[in-house]
Design a protein around this ligand. Structure first.
Ligand code: ASP
Length: 440
């Protein structure tokens, strides 16, 4: 028998109806032995997440203000779930205890973590699984840094006694027993940690979308889903802002070589996206994995005759950038030119000073600044070994009259990055998608 660790996000557990879907999913495969719930999320777009309500209670308590009205809303949501599921579970004592502790000055982390804790109690009862408090197996050191090895050891030891268990996401404990949470969205991290600890065959991450799309649906109409993606490809697309899992959240499973399967609680039969370490190339058949764009970059292009003979030129250029606290994204170069591609947010208010220093210290022939640039990443494993990919990409952009200002493949074998005008970004993504997906 294999082991599946299944994490369910807030919208998957927002009300009794969603809990029923989750129960059906879990019980449909006996390998789904360890389940990680988030706190109840939004039921509709302007609803409020339980976690946000809990933070609000903490904030009010900190100002010595009453928070009963907010706490009543929280209580009401849990009661609706318990009654809607016809569960024989009395949460009153738990809720009273939590309220008292918040009033008496409990920490923000403790307060926020109760959303997952209570949802864990409900889900465990609904499934007939054991409840295991994350505070007993997920550890942080006394500086609040996650203790990966201590946790892994505790999970392997403790979960041995539990054939099936629900473990609340988002938090663990410090050596003094205080509750500590991961960053927001941290139940993804808990799921990955548990998956690593029990040596799961797969880590399922159940959410409200059927995995990742090949392009942003706000730009391309009905983009195709990505069935399979490698961690490296995901990193490239995530860097460009594609809405994907936070990198921290998959690090433990990536390290252990455990695949992550993103699935939709509301459409469980859809295949979703599977994230793996290695996979067969997509580009050998002329395809790509995805395309993403990001606006808001500036290029500083420095030119100097015989630059390539001048020892230390690149180092001195970069030291100016570094001394101004600026990090750069790309550095395409020619024989006598170096360009730095920098996010506008990094340059904010510093551009003139940086240009003066470059002119003063490097004595270049020219320094040009191109603002309003966007970057487009076309990602696909096997790209570097497939002839014709770049030709197809640039033909697609050329056909739409999009002027390419910069090209960078760097040493990455799975990504071609082009720099274009901000205003061409959407058109460029559509053109590339059309060439590699629609006309494929
Ligand atoms: N409930 C927490 C949050 O809203 C953690 C999570 O959902 O993963 O950020």
């Amino acid at each position: 028998m294999g082991i599946i660790v299944a994490k369910f996000g807030g919208t998957s557990l927002s009300c009794a109806e969603q809990f029923c879907k989750v129960r059906d999913i879990i019980l449909s495969d006996t390998n789904r032995r360890y389940v990680i719930p988030s706190a109840p999320g939004k039921r509709y777009s302007d609803d409020t997440k339980i976690t946000d309500l809990l933070y609000l209670c903490h904030e009010r308590a900190g100002l010595s203000l009453a928070f009963d009205d907010i706490f009543d809303v929280i209580t009401g949501r849990y009661m609706d779930i318990v009654h809607g599921l016809n569960l024989d579970l009395d949460l009153e004592a738990e809720l009273n205890n939590i309220k008292t502790r918040i009033r008496e000055g409990a920490s923000a982390d403790y307060t926020a973590s109760r959303g997952e804790y209570l949802n864990g109690l409900i889900l465990a009862r609904l499934l007939g699984y054991d409840f295991l408090d994350a505070a007993d197996i997920i550890f942080f050191d006394d500086r609040g840094i996650f203790d990966s090895e201590g946790t892994n050891e505790a999970i392997s030891r403790r979960l041995w006694d539990h054939e099936r268990a629900v473990i609340p996401g988002f938090y663990g404990s410090m050596p003094d027993g205080e509750i500590k949470t991961f960053p927001r969205g941290g139940s993804d991290i808990t799921g990955a940690i548990i998956a690593r600890g029990v040596k799961a065959d797969v880590y399922e991450n159940w959410t409200d979308v059927s995995g990742f799309m090949m392009a942003d649906p706000k730009i391309v109409k009905n983009p195709k889903p990505i069935r399979k993606i490698t961690y490296r490809e995901l990193r490239e697309l995530a860097y460009m802002g594609a809405g994907v899992l936070h990198e921290d959240s998959i690090f433990p499973v990536k390290k252990a070589g455990i695949p992550v399967h993103i699935k939709n609680t509301n459409a469980p039969l859809e295949p979703g996206t599977i994230i793996v370490n290695e996979a067969e190339p997509v580009c050998c058949t002329g395809g790509i994995t995805g395309v993403a764009g990001k606006k808001g970059f500036t290029v500083i292009a420095v030119e100097k005759t015989l630059m390539h003979d001048e020892l230390g030129f690149g180092r001195r250029l970069l030291s100016i950038i570094e001394a101004n606290g600026i990090s750069f994204e790309h550095m395409p170069s020619g024989i006598d030119t170096i360009s730095l591609v920098i996010a506008d947010s990094q340059l904010d208010g510093k551009l003139e000073k940086v240009l003066d220093e470059i002119k003063d210290r490097l004595k270049p022939d020219s320094v040009e600044v191109y603002s309003n640039m966007a970057l487009i990443a076309t990602v696909g494993r096997g790209m570097a070994r497939t002839p014709g990919i770049a030709a197809k990409l640039f033909t697609a952009l050329g056909k739409e009259g999009i002027n390419v200002r910069m090209i960078d493949q760097g040493s990455s074998e799975i990504n071609i990055i082009v720099g274009i005008e901000n205003e061409d970004m959407e058109e460029a993504v559509r053109a590339i998608y059309k060439a590699f997906v629609d006309e494929q």
